[in-house]
Design a protein around this ligand. Structure first.
Ligand SMILES: Nc1ncnc2c1ncn2[C@@H]1O[C@H](COP(=O)(O)OP(=O)(O)OP(=O)(O)O)[C@@H](O)[C@H]1O
Ligand SMILES: [Mg+2]
Length: 373
């Protein structure tokens, strides 16, 4: 039988719910992406305390509750719509983004692919409003008593997108991913209290911390935090600060290299390379340091509008940022070398095992997650 010839099909505009589902695919890859977006919303809302409850790592349930400014009842339905945001008002704002969110699509995306409930009470409002629904459709609207702040509950993520559901890994793997995202946000914002449970058990407890070392103690354990070297370097309008492990405190995976740009944890391969390069002469290739670096620079010098997940950024002067990170880490590692009683960097250099060999360095325990996922 002859193959059917090309068929002329009519072009049609996609219905809203399908547009939302397609867009959601880019924003919400897995439970960890939803957790990240919701916690970022809480940070943007000036929350001092954020509670995250997960079931099966977030695949069955994820709930993020904050004590931030809340959402006015009359605006709550709008908050769940695409392209609705309080964080961007003009074209100029897009050139200097100072908040973690700005696209106005995370809540819409999450609600499009889940059974959701959003409760919020704005500061000063007499009561709260709760909207519930599924697949992006609000089916219930209730005035409720509520604390000031916002709570978003997401059940059965991807219940209506079976293809995506199939790609979810085991609850343990999804939990590891969610905790990785949460640890990064916790390290980026030490002053905010963060408590995370999974299946009713504590998974991360980070009380409001006075500085990043105290926060690193909650996230990586005190044995690790106490040994981290301070990093501080400011030049050419770029400030780099944080903590970095000495070369004899390493891990087998790279999950504990956390890079934060203007308060946003980022996955920038070039910055990551800058960190690895600073350690290169000191570590074998299969060992990685603990690093948390906050890079602060003018908002106009960073473009965060690169990808729907907002995890990548573009710098106006990438080489400069790269060099500042190298300089900051180089200084921290050299400074350690002059502290009496601590093996010098040149010692470490000469005694470092051949590349690829096992370093014999301390494998520090993490308080959670390990290298899973
Ligand atoms: N936890 C929260 N507390 C207060 N307001 C919130 C909270 N979460 C969402 N909002 C409000 O709802 C709006 C929509 O949230 P949503 O996450 O969809 O978009 P966004 O944060 O503006 O941008 P992005 O899509 O980049 O995250 C926000 O602009 C904010 O006004
Ligand atoms: Mg948001």
């Amino acid at each position: 039988m002859a193959a059917a010839g090309p068929r002329v099909t009519r072009i049609r505009r996609l219905p809203d719910h399908l547009v939302n589902k397609i867009a959601a695919g880019e924003v919400v890859e897995r439970p960890a992406s939803a957790v990240k977006e919701l916690v970022e919303n809480a940070v943007d809302a000036a929350a001092r305390s954020i509670l995250v409850d997960l079931r099966d790592g977030g695949a069955a349930l994820l709930r993020v509750a904050d004590d931030g400014v809340g959402i006015a009842a009359e605006e709550l339905p709008l908050a769940l719509e695409r392209h609705a945001t309080s964080k961007l008002a003009s074209d100029a704002d897009l050139e200097a983004i100072a908040t973690l969110g700005f696209r106005g699509e995370a809540l819409a995306a999450i609600c499009a692919v889940s059974r959701f409930g959003v409760t919020s009470r704005a500061r000063g409002a007499a009561e709260g409003l709760r909207l519930c629904g599924e697949g992006g459709e609000v089916t219930q609207r209730l005035a409720v008593p509520a604390e000031e702040g916002t709570s978003v509950e997401v059940r059965d993520l991807f219940f209506n997108t079976p293809a995506r559901l199939k790609f979810l890994k085991s609850p343990a793997a999804e939990l590891a991913q969610s905790l990785r995202a949460l640890a990064q946000l916790a390290l980026a914002h030490p002053a905010i209290q963060l408590r995370v449970t999974n299946n009713g058990k504590g998974a991360l407890t980070a009380p409001a911390a006075k500085d990043v070392r105290e926060r690193a103690g909650a996230v990586w354990g005190w044995d690790v935090a106490a040994r981290l070297l301070p990093v501080a370097h400011a030049e050419h309008g770029v400030q780099v600060s944080g903590l970095a492990s000495p070369p004899d405190l390493t891990r087998g995976g790279r999950d504990d290299i956390v890079l934060v740009v203007n308060g946003r944890p980022v996955r920038d391969p070039a910055l990551f390379q800058a960190v690895l390069q600073a350690y290169r002469p000191l570590l074998p290739r299969d060992r990685f340091p603990f690093v948390v670096l906050s890079v602060t620079l003018p908002h106009t010098d960073v473009d965060v509008n690169v990808h729907p997940t907002k995890a990548w950024v573009r710098f106006r002067h990438p080489r400069l940022v790269h060099e500042m990170i190298g300089a900051a880490l180089g200084e921290a590692l050299r400074r350690r070398a002059v502290v009496p009683g601590v093996a010098s960097v040149s010692d470490a250099l000469t005694s470092a095992p051949a590349i690829g060999a096992h370093s014999g360095a301390v494998e520090a325990g993490s308080t959670f997650g390990g290298d899973a996922g």
